[in-house]
Design a protein around this ligand. Structure first.
Ligand SMILES: NC(=O)c1ccc[n+]([C@@H]2O[C@H](COP(=O)([O-])OP(=O)(O)OC[C@H]3O[C@@H](n4cnc5c(N)ncnc54)[C@H](OP(=O)(O)O)[C@@H]3O)[C@@H](O)[C@H]2O)c1
Length: 231
């Protein structure tokens, strides 16, 4: 099963969103880069076209306009802008949309360390998203543990992507999307409440990267073959 619609990557001008958009464009998916500034989004889309080739199905637009033309939205913005962006785009999130959240509430958002997370009242950034989107919209937590350096590098990405959602169908769509990234296996991580653990793991990975000067990722081992979604 393929992602049935274009993916709007909000904050896709930053390294994480750009890396995911690049990988999906390379896989033939249709991507819209979102930004607070339409020109910045278009420039990022152009950069992806230069890397992938003219056939790449990538465009750029202001965040709200990007939302209005997609029902598969991905949030890749810093936590300090998370709630405000969700409130801004809420009117443009149509029925049946899926909102994927890769945001990590790093303490760096309030001047603290990137190797620590902030306490979020709802439990996690993704659960905050669930509270701020219109009723009936599916929220999926994914991609928090896959680093931008790996996504923007060459070749396969040596990482698994754990996907958490209260909507099994939305979770499956996002797991299929994750497997479009060469090297990635996707694993159903259960309910959205587990997003808080995914977000904490990112802080740990950042600490490992600082301590050991690398680009760490995670692999889940020991599950039956059927537990892994692969391309
Ligand atoms: N970098 C990684 O390796 C990595 C890995 C896993 C998860 N993450 C998570 O993914 C998210 C994005 O990471 P990133 O490193 O790409 O972040 P980033 O470069 O700091 O921000 C991404 C984009 O978000 C937009 N933005 C910045 N401040 C904003 C605000 N206050 N309100 C709305 N939009 C704002 C900017 O785009 P415009 O100025 O064009 O609007 C920026 O290019 C973060 O939550 C991060 O924790 C990152």
């Amino acid at each position: 099963m393929s992602a049935p619609r274009p993916i709007a990557v909000l904050g896709g001008t930053g390294p994480e969103g750009f890396g995911l958009a690049l990988r999906w464009a390379q896989a033939g998916e249709s991507v819209i880069i979102g930004s607070r500034d339409a020109k910045r989004a278009q420039d990022a889309a152009e950069k992806i076209k230069q890397k992938v080739g003219p056939s790449a199905n990538v465009s750029g637009n202001e965040n709200l306009a990007a939302c209005a033309t997609s029902d598969l939205l991905l949030l890749t913005i810093p936590f300090e802008g998370h709630a405000a962006l969700l409130k801004q785009i809420k009117p443009a999130i149509g029925p049946g949309s899926i909102v994927i959240d890769a945001t990590v509430p790093l303490a760096a958002s309030v001047g603290g360390r990137a190797s620590r997370t902030l306490g979020v009242w709802q439990g996690s950034a993704a659960q905050q998203t669930a509270e701020l989107v219109p009723k009936g919209i599916s929220v999926v937590a994914a991609f928090q543990n896959i680093g931008a350096e790996l996504l923007n590098g060459e070749g396969p990405v040596d990482c698994d992507v754990i996907v958490c959602s209260d909507d099994p169908n939305a979770s499956q769509i996002v797991r299929n999307l994750a497997t479009k990234i060469p090297g990635v296996r996707a694993v159903d991580g259960g309910k959205l409440e587990n997003a808080r653990i995914l977000e904490q793991i990112t802080a740990l990975l950042i600490g490992l990267n600082i301590r050991h000067k690398g680009h760490s990722g995670i692999r889940i081992t020991g599950l039956p073959v059927a537990a892994y979604d692969i391309a």
